[in-house]
Ligand binder design. Structure first.
Ligand code: SAM
Ligand code: SF4
Ligand code: SF4
Length: 353
């Protein structure tokens, strides 16, 4: 699928110069987090993200010349930080299939931001030490089930649970903790794994996070019936190990936090379908080829690569980004219907999860 990317360097609508202060979008939201997709490729074919019927041998991934270099990413990141970004997450696709990712981490570390990575864990064990040494602060590892058959069916490349668990241990040993362990819950597929997952990470120092299955992209055949509401996840866990709510770490935090009353740590639930949090959404996404997306469910992005490669100054790029943010009115999850779910949206592996 070719994603529509809108040029923002045409000059027909000059960007208002950014004069400092807090940048706000049309709904009063500031810009705080930047997610950077470093590759649109992945070595898994998770059924809810890159179903193999679509992402098969004929699927055209981005050619090397189209993707941003580490230097280009670092330059843009510096500009975003100047506009208020305080947190950067590297993602993809699978970010660790991009060679020498620790080099990018070291470049971004100079920016004095919180730096994290989301990974499927397949290549983390051998990279954890180098990433930590380069300055990565923490990792989130995706793991949809502890049951071997269910996990292998969900990643659809027969990848074993043990290797992901090994990665989580390696990340902790390298100091990248607490590790957040993400589980996308799909009814009838892995909702039987909610309690085992909670039990596995209770008292471990790591944090299990349960994500509602979302209608990202246009290829996963999402249906509302497949969604297990977070309220149900919390109820099911709480019936076994009582939970109580905890306040957010910071405004705009994606996961709602719950802690075990017996002191065995906490869990997070991400309820983008049943309890939309667009009102506090401070996230931007930079795609692998340098397009800027102001919402995970966007149908088009804004071309920053042409500015970068066309000789624009940092100030010109900054003003264009500021203008995109000032026009931002996204609130997809608040207006989602079964009809909007059918719209052609950008794939999560391209935009960055
Ligand atoms: N490959 C890495 C990974 O899996 O952790 C990073 C990219 S992945 C797109 C980022 C996160 O998005 C993962 O935790 C994944 O489970 C989640 N995700 C992907 N598709 C999803 C969907 N349809 N609904 C909810 N979460 C999804
Ligand atoms: Fe790959 Fe992550 Fe998508 Fe799974 S969720 S297919 S690991 S990008
Ligand atoms: Fe943010 Fe878009 Fe998600 Fe709403 S739907 S929380 S605006 S990314």
């Amino acid at each position: 699928m070719v994603m529509k990317v809108i040029p923002i360097s045409s000059g027909r609508t000059p960007a208002p110069a950014f004069a400092g202060g807090t940048l706000r979008d049309t709904l009063g939201r500031s810009m705080h987090d930047l997610r950077i997709s470093v590759t649109d490729r992945c070595n898994f074919r998770c059924v809810y993200c890159m179903p193999r019927e679509v992402f098969d041998a004929n699927y055209t991934f981005l050619p090397h010349s189209a993707i941003l270099s580490f230097e280009e990413i670092a330059r843009l990141a510096r500009i975003f930080v100047g506009l208020g970004v305080e947190k950067i997450r590297l993602t993809g696709g699978e970010p660790l299939v991009r060679r020498d990712l620790h080099r990018l981490v070291a470049m971004l570390k100079e920016l004095d931001v919180e730096l994290t990575l989301t990974t499927n864990g397949s290549l983390l064990a051998k990279n954890a030490q180098a990433l930590a040494q380069a300055g990565l602060d923490r990792v989130t590892v995706s793991l949809d089930s502890l049951d071997e058959a269910t996990f292998r069916a969900m990643n659809d490349v027969d990848f074993p649970v043990a290797k992901v668990l090994e990665s989580i241990d390696a990340a902790a040993a390298a100091g990248l903790s607490p590790v957040k362990v993400n589980m996308v819950v799909k009814r009838g597929v892995n909702d039987g794994d909610i309690l085992p997952m909670a039990e596995r990470w209770r008292g471990s120092g790591h944090i299990a996070r349960f994500i509602e299955y979302m209608d990202v992209g246009s290829s996963n055949g999402w249906r509302m019936d497949d969604v297990v509401p977070s309220a149900e996840v919390v109820r099911r866990i709480s019936e076994r190990w009582p939970l109580e709510p905890v306040g957010a770490n910071y405004a705009g935090e994606v996961a709602a936090r719950w802690r075990y009353v017996d002191g065995a740590g906490e869990i997070g639930v991400i309820s983008s379908v049943t309890q939309a949090f667009c009102g506090s959404c401070t996230r931007m996404r930079l795609s692998t080829e340098g397009a800027l997306f102001t919402c995970l469910f966007a149908q088009s992005g804004h071309d920053l690569k042409s500015l970068l490669r066309g000789g624009a100054s940092d100030e010109e790029i900054r003003d264009q980004i500021a203008a995109v943010w000032q026009r931002r009115a996204d609130r997809y999850s608040e207006i989602r219907t079964s009809e909007t779910a059918k719209l052609r949206k950008v794939e999560m592996s391209y935009i960055g999860g």
